[in-house]
Design a protein around this ligand. Structure first.
Ligand code: FES
Length: 159
């Protein structure tokens, strides 16, 4: 698909989602979730359509998208690795875990490796505090992260 066609497709699907959901109370968040479900991220081309469709300014829409960490501005990698950065995990060294993972992958939170293999995201409590520091890889939780587990995870997402 050409870029022009892709962007037309994004705009028309976004308009259809808005039509379906704009009757909801506080429709912006559910609409953004639907858009992310459809495209895997919230594409830039969807933002002006949202602003027009919901009578908001583009700055307001942009503000909401960037405020909620759930929304991605770019397509995710083949794997999504979330590292818990909430309190219980922090007290068990999650910051050091994050620093190590970032260094091994060469990316920061909210980034995807250049080869598209993995997207790294922070998450705030996975309900696994008893086994902190914890992470989630492609929807599966992993507890008690230590150097060995971190290296295994990085090798897995890279393979
Ligand atoms: S704080 Fe990390 S799992 Fe609860």
């Amino acid at each position: 698909m050409t870029m022009q066609a892709a962007s037309t497709e994004i705009m028309s699907r976004t308009a259809a989602i808005i039509d379906e959901m704009k009757g909801l109370e506080g429709p912006l968040l559910p609409i953004l979730h639907s858009i992310q479900e459809e495209f895997g991220h919230v594409p830039k081309d969807a933002l002006p359509v949202l602003a027009d469709g919901l009578n908001l300014s583009r700055a307001e829409v942009h503000g909401v998208v960037s405020f909620y960490h759930d929304f991605r501005a770019h397509p995710a990698g083949r794997h999504v690795l979330k590292l818990c950065q909430a309190e219980a995990c922090q007290s068990m060294g999650s910051e050091a875990v994050a620093a190590k993972v970032k260094q091994l992958l060469g990316i920061d939170f909210h980034e995807t490796t250049r080869d598209g293999s993995v997207t790294l995201e922070p998450v705030y409590c996975l309900g696994l505090c008893a086994c902190s520091p914890s992470a989630m890889l492609d929807g599966e939780v992993i507890g008690r992260l230590d150097d060995e587990k971190i290296e295994e995870i990085v090798a897995e997402v890279r393979s």
